[in-house]
Design a binder for this molecule. Structure first.
Ligand SMILES: Cc1ncc(C[n+]2csc(CCOP(=O)(O)OP(=O)(O)O)c2C)c(N)n1
Ligand SMILES: [Mg+2]
Length: 536
């Protein structure tokens, strides 16, 4: 007899799933029975939040959904923070959990792992949450989940399966998986109107978001056709080739870019929610769009959020940008001496002249990273060199610089996300850039990294405290309570977890350590002391 649990892993493999992150429990063991019949690899974190962050890092690098197997109740409460981060950043994630037996649902009988309503809890951080009542629903519901990942704005999806349904017979279930939807293209009339508005523009400006991560070629063709200075979000870093003459970086929170936005006559925003952590991370409300605004997004609800559009185009970003470039009659005549390039260069110069001095040490570390390991992936946490790197760091391609300083803004993300990233791209160096506060949220995932054979590099930015919050309190004349935290011997801990551990004593030393770590067969923790002399 084939059970629903066995059918599930067979179908997941059919959808191209090759890795599952999870901690088994008595409620989910039957999801594991069929795993050896598939080629799916199972990775065990040390906490379900780690499972979710790993799945997120895996998804951001591979472009495929990260998949988790999670137990009823505490497993699900543990993973909701990771789902919140993925939800905020539009990351595809499939969370499959157990739930109590069908006849016990909603009864409040005090069963093991029971929540009053698990689905209610999770629904707020998922595109949808479904309770599987019969094995027959499985192909249909999985197809629906993958339709969200492939044809709509990606978000986490939750499917809970009652314990008795996991073990129910499933031989009779029709195995046919539905066709995945083609991605929506733009309405041609709207493209024509947008092209007309853009043709009349004297000072167009383009804003690209994470929705453009897989459309770099189309983005480049379009912005060159428009000769428009182009800012992008952190999740779109790398969308234009490094050093592109029209690129303004991720600097919408800084005055020179804000000024340029105000002086533009048409702004074209694509695949971006125009959200706070990219456009107003200084929280002063002074990013404003006062010109005409064309928005392109795959999510209809997003097209007028934050800034109402004059033209709103519902479409996949790649298809819309290709159509718009065609409508503009794009030719390959762009050159770096264009008017748009000169305007962009002037803004870049102003930006370079105004970076805070407090970033100098962080800049040295970021430059060393980039020079030593040019094709690296950086999974960042919410820590100082991540904030500055969001502005200073230029990625060589998309899906290579991401962090939890965007959107939901949780701590503890960087380390497990790097593990997921490394599993998705084993041949590239992967760095977890994380602070001494953030790493203490998910430190045991070092053990998971060793076990999973994921030789990540953890660059630990140590200032013995919640540095950013301390600074914030000081600036507001608030007593700095709760921010000077005891920091343990991280190198000793890292070694105890089976990792290599070092402390950088100079930039040259850091470069040497990075080179060695990139070739190591196990994770390496490299501690960088914020107040070290070589960073002064
Ligand atoms: C789950 C969670 N709790 C609290 C915070 C608030 N917070 C944001 S940054 C930060 C400090 C983090 O310290 P550390 O990782 O050492 O980085 P540093 O600021 O020192 O560079 C804190 C406490 C948060 N973002 N997420
Ligand atoms: Mg710190």
């Amino acid at each position: 007899m084939l059970t629903c649990g066995e059918l599930l892993v067979e179908l997941l493999e059919g959808f191209g799933v090759d890795t599952v992150f999870g901690i088994p429990g008595v409620h989910t063991v039957e999801l594991y029975r069929g795993l050896p019949n598939t080629a799916i690899r199972h990775v065990t974190p040390r906490h379900e939040q780690g499972a979710g962050f790993m799945a997120d890092g895996y998804a951001r690098v591979s472009g495929k959904p990260g998949v988790c197997f999670i137990i009823t109740g505490p497993g699900m409460t543990n993973i909701t923070t990771a789902m919140g981060q993925a939800y905020a950043d539009s990351i595809p994630m499939l969370v499959i959990s157990s739930v109590n037996n069908t006849e016990q649902l909603g009864m409040g009988g005090g069963r093991l792992h029971e929540l009053p309503s698990q689905r209610n809890l999770v629904s707020g951080v998922a595109a949808f949450s479904h309770t599987l009542m019969r094995p027959d629903e499985l192909p249909d519901v999985l197809t629906r989940a993958f339709a969200v990942f492939n044809g709509a704005r990606p978000r986490p999806v939750h499917i809970e399966i009652p314990i008795d349904v996991i073990t129910a017979p499933a031989d009779h279930v029709r195995r046919k998986l539905g066709a995945l939807p083609s991605r929506p293209g733009p309405c041609l009339d709207a493209i024509a109107r947008a092209a007309e508005m853009l043709k009349g523009a004297q000072r167009p400006l383009v804003l690209l978001g994470g929705g453009c991560a897989d459309a770099g070629a189309e983005a480049q063709r379009l912005v060159e056709a428009l000769d428009a200075p182009t800012a992008y979000t952190i999740n779109a870093k790398g969308v234009l080739p490094k050093g592109h003459p029209l690129a303004l970086g991720c600097n919408q929170a800084w005055v020179p870019v804000r000024q340029m936005v105000l002086e533009s006559d048409v702004v074209l925003a694509i695949g971006t929610e125009l959200g706070e952590t990219d456009y107003d991370v200084v929280f002063d409300g002074n990013f404003r769009i006062e010109s005409q605004l064309i928005r392109i997004d795959i999510d209809a609800e997003q097209l007028n959020r934050n800034y109402p559009a004059d033209i709103a185009i519902l479409s996949d970003s790649r298809k819309a940008m290709a159509a718009l470039a065609d409508a503009l009659g794009a030719t390959a005549s762009f050159n770096a001496e264009s008017a748009g390039s000169k305007r962009a260069a002037a803004v870049r110069e102003q930006l370079d002249a105004q970076w805070p001095e407090t970033w100098n040490g962080q800049r040295k570390v970021l430059e060393t990273l980039q020079q030593t390991l040019p094709d690296l992936i950086v999974a960042g946490d919410s820590t100082q060199p991540v904030y500055s790197g969001n502005h200073l760091f230029e990625a060589t391609r998309t899906r290579s610089w991401f962090n939890s300083a965007t959107g939901y803004g949780t701590l503890g993300y960087g380390l497990p996300a790097a593990v997921g990233a490394k599993l998705a791209a084993p041949d590239r160096p992967v760095i977890a850039l994380i602070g001494d506060g953030g790493i203490q949220f998910t430190l045991p995932e070092l053990a998971s990294a060793v076990e999973a054979g994921a030789p990540i590099i953890v660059l630990l930015w140590n200032n013995s405290g919640y540095g950013e919050i301390k600074r914030y309190m000081k600036n507001r004349d608030i007593p700095t309570i709760g921010v000077d935290i005891y920091t343990p011997d991280f190198q000793g801990l890292a070694r105890a977890f089976g990792c290599n551990a070092e402390k950088a004593e100079s930039l040259e030393h850091l470069a040497e350590l990075l080179k060695t770590a990139a070739k190591a067969d196990r994770p390496t923790v490299i501690e960088v002391w914020e107040h070290a002399e070589f960073l002064a």
